[in-house]
Ligand binder design. Structure first.
Ligand code: AHR
Length: 500
């Protein structure tokens, strides 16, 4: 075995407090995400409202702090009034984004009820495609205004006297994408978003608004789109969004396992844009980043798979996740901690059936490989992100040149004394001895160690074989003085719970 890699930690070397909203999700009216995923009255697992109890339990375990809804591309043709009021009066519509039939049996109020059951904060999006700024403002009134005016009274008539108090609002979805219904150029979108933001905020000064940014680092309009939209809207929004889906189409696992380089570069560029616009506007206001769609998505991307064939709840993009995908998700979340000074919201896209950590059949639920890293980060990372220094052997990648074999992040919660250290070993062959050097204080104990690993990067869970790629508890590593020593196997993700 080679000389130990070293991870240096110091609780005084802090990047930023970790925003809990980094552990959020996204649920779209698409495929079997809502219907047959979250809401399935015919399932033996349905509760009195038709929500799947097994799905609710799994989502609670993932500890999502906010949930973005109702889209996605679906949003840009959605009429929110279709989804409220008596169910038997709601229209069936053709959803042009996914060429599916939308029954509208699940809408805004059902979503709010769902969020309460999952113990998560709703993050609603308003339609900037076919929707008007008036529609957007009306939805804020419907959700957040006290009774006494038309849309607030409509909410009360629908059974909700008290306002829902929705705090987080996205102004449209991927408006930079030519595929988007009602796609706009950056300046036109910025102008519309600004007016929508003004009206929405006049209904409720306390809301937080998210501007649409680029839908991928690969968009030809990135990062100009972001600059132009931000220049229009800087003072009226709180967050700027980015989307990205990682892929291993070339089956180049060494490069794929170094994907954090791409995630970091995306955030670095946008951080530059934020600084530039702030400086140009001579502003004291800050806008933070919201990575409100992120995940691995490439295996279930075939064009024919995108079509719903004008059916209800079609099987769309039900990506099967394997070990290497889970390791990419883990390092994505490492990046969230390392960039926690500028990134404040991140929504895993999506949460059930559609590119999701959970797959369902009518009577069963499967936890996919990516379930485990998300759960460990979401449950263990708290307090502040630490600026860790890593000395690890390098390896060669086609896409990113030389990269370290280890990808690491850490958190420290001063209030509880709890620290968490997250380590990905990218090597496909090498076990690496690792020393954690605690520079300012020795740990009282290593409370627990969790690990997800395997020998086959393509190994995946299935309904028949659900425990191929799962996180298990391993023996807590020993600490001597200020050094904790462990060996991380190849293709592994390790999460340590430490008492400091
Ligand atoms: O999450 C699936 C789709 O990916 C969303 O509808 C869209 O916003 C993105 O392109």
């Amino acid at each position: 075995m080679s000389a130990p890699a070293r991870i240096y930690l110091d609780t005084n070397r802090v990047i930023s407090p970790i925003s809990p909203l980094l552990f959020s999700g996204f649920a779209e009216h698409m495929g079997r995400a809502i219907y047959e995923g979250i809401y399935e009255p015919a399932s033996p697992h349905a509760d009195e409202s038709g929500l799947r109890k097994d799905v609710l339990a799994a989502l609670r375990e993932l500890n999502f702090r906010a949930m973005r809804y109702p889209g996605g591309n679906f949003l840009s043709g959605y009429r929110w009034l279709d989804g409220v009021g008596p169910r038997d009066q709601r229209p069936r519509r053709r959803d042009l984004a996914w060429q599916s039939i939308e029954t509208n049996q699940f809408g805004t109020n059902e979503f709010i009820e769902f969020c309460k059951k999952v113990n998560t904060e709703p993050m609603l999006a308003v339609n900037m495609g076919t929707g008007t700024i008036q529609d957007a403002a009306n939805l804020v009134e419907y959700c957040n205004a006290p009774v006494g005016t038309q849309y607030a009274d409509l909410r009360a008539a629908h059974g909700y006297q008290a306002p829902h108090g929705v705090k987080y609002w996205c102004i449209g979805n991927e408006m930079d994408g030519p595929w988007q219904i009602g796609h706009l150029e950056a300046d036109a979108y910025g102008a519309k978003a600004r007016e929508a933001a003004k009206m929405m905020r006049w209904h409720d000064q306390s809301i937080k608004l998210v501007l649409c940014g680029s839908s991928s680092i690969n968009m030809p309009t990135f990062p100009k789109w972001d600059r132009v939209a931000l220049e229009r809207c800087w003072d009226v929004v709180d967050y700027h969004s980015l989307h990205y889906y990682a892929e291993n189409v070339e089956d180049d696992t060494p490069s794929y396992l170094a994907s954090s380089a791409a995630f970091e570069s995306y955030l670095d560029t946008l951080t530059g844009v934020l600084r530039y616009v702030k400086a140009r506007q001579r502003s004291n206001h800050d806008v933070y980043l919201s990575w409100d769609e992120w995940n691995v998505w490439y295996k279930a991307r075939a064009h024919s798979d995108m079509q719903g064939g004008w059916t209800e709840a079609p099987h769309l993009i039900e990506e099967v996740y394997n070990l290497e995908d889970a390791l990419v998700v883990a390092q994505w979340m490492n990046v969230f901690l390392r960039k926690s000074d500028v990134l404040k919201i991140a929504c895993l896209a999506q949460v059930v059936n559609v590119i999701a950590p959970i797959l369902t059949t009518r009577d069963a639920l499967l936890k996919q490989s990516i379930y485990y890293p998300f759960m460990l980060f979401s449950r263990l990372a708290s307090g502040a992100a630490l600026d860790v220094a890593v000395k690890a052997p390098l390896y060669q990648t086609t896409k990113y040149g030389e990269m370290p074999l280890l990808d690491v992040s850490a958190s420290y919660d001063e209030a509880t004394g709890a620290s968490a250290v997250f380590i990905v070993n990218r090597s496909q062959t090498e076990s690496l001895p690792v020393e954690l050097v605690w520079q300012d204080r020795a740990p009282k104990s290593i409370r627990a160690a969790h690990q997800l690993s395997g020998t086959d990067p393509k190994a995946a869970n299935s309904f028949a074989n659900p425990n191929q790629v799962v996180a298990v508890k391993i023996a807590e590593p020993a600490t001597s003085g200020n050094t904790t020593s462990l060996v991380v196997p190849p293709l592994s993700f390790t999460a340590l719970e430490v008492a400091l």
